[in-house]
Ligand binder design. Structure first.
Ligand code: NAP
Length: 299
């Protein structure tokens, strides 16, 4: 699908794509478990049980259980020091039954993000936050991708949206969503403009784009009036407005102008969780292969 006809946009649902991915992961997990005599393992480091992201992390644990991945919380007291958090992460790095480590975000204000991401073994960094994985992405090599950015681009690929040669605008330049999504789109041969809170005349930039990826955390930031007719819109935003989950795009007006659009909820979100599982099984397979090579004395 190239940039399509404007009108009532096609809804790009993440659920069916996520289900396909999960069923492939379940097969890979079963093969891994038979071959290695243990299930692949994920540790989710949480610092303080009552943080808002705990609900999201519990969803990840349930998703893992469904495909046979052994996932558990590595709980740390909410008052913990930075040193005790990084020590716990290093213990998980050394644990052969743990193939992937993710850390609950945002961190408490007393703990530096940089100290935490540096502590994660890049081989277990399945959400691609370690500088090594960020660098691999920047250079166009294979590393672990931040799952949300991966989902924002994968949803386009799996929906048959042509990316090569298209003009894309990414709104948001965070290290975990906007920038990695922009690098991935460049890797797919789009021409990419990255916008942020200091961008002047955002509507003008958006109006030029065939593909618009919005990751700003601002409900209603993008409306139909700003879009090029027939554009494809990926809404990564998750905002709680009057008790309802909404994205960064005004879905009603955007649907009248775009040719395809991802809804919130039900678009990028389900794909993010499913892709994280694919990263985990890849981490498990790579580490198992490295361990075998080490035992065989291969350098
Ligand atoms: P973030 O770190 O707060 O970054 C937001 C980015 O948007 C920043 O680069 C900011 O610019 C830019 N921005 C803010 N207001 C803007 C405006 N008015 N115009 C243009 N750009 C603006 O957030 P994030 O972690 O990247 O997350 C972005 C959104 O994705 C959030 O809604 C988050 O909840 C959602 N999210 C979704 C998933 C999922 O699975 N779907 C996962 C993670 C996050 P500056 O750099 O200039 O400040």
């Amino acid at each position: 699908m190239t940039v399509g006809a404007p009108g009532q946009a096609r809804r790009i649902e993440g659920g069916p794509i996520a289900a396909e991915i999960r069923s492939a992961v379940a097969e890979d997990v079963a093969t891994f478990t038979t071959t290695h005599g243990r299930a692949p393992g994920l540790a989710v480091v949480i610092i303080g049980r009552d943080a808002p992201s705990t609900v999201y992390l519990e969803q990840i644990l349930r998703g893992c259980a469904k495909v046979g991945i052994e996932a558990r919380f590595a709980e740390i007291d909410g008052e913990a020091t930075e040193a005790s958090v990084t020590t716990r992460i290093r213990e998980l790095n050394e644990d052969d039954t743990v193939d992937g480590v993710i850390v609950q975000m945002p961190l408490p204000p007393t703990i530096r993000l940089r100290a935490v991401i540096d502590a994660i073994d890049p081989a277990k960094d399945i959400d691609g936050i370690h500088p090594l994985n960020a660098g691999l992405l920047r250079l166009g090599y294979d590393g672990f991708l931040p799952a949300t950015a991966h989902a924002a681009v994968e949803i386009l690929r799996r929906s048959g949206v042509e990316i090569e040669g298209r003009d894309a605008v990414v709104i948001g330049r965070s290290a975990v969503v906007g920038m990695p999504a922009a690098f991935l789109l460049v890797k797919e041969d789009a021409t990419v403009t990255v916008c942020h809170s200091r961008t002047t005349d955002l509507p003008d930039k958006v109006r030029r784009a065939d593909i618009v990826v919005v990751a700003a955390g601002k409900p209603g930031l993008i409306t139909g009036a700003m879009l090029k007719p027939g554009a494809v819109v990926v809404d990564v935003g998750i905002n709680l407005v009057d008790g309802k989950l909404v994205g960064d795009v005004d879905f009603e007006s955007a649907s009248q102008v775009a040719s395809a659009i991802t809804p919130v909820p039900g678009g990028v979100g389900p794909l993010t969780n499913a892709l994280l599982l694919t990263h985990l099984i890849r981490a498990a397979e790579r580490q198992a292969a490295t361990a075998t090579d080490t035992r065989a004395g291969v350098r």
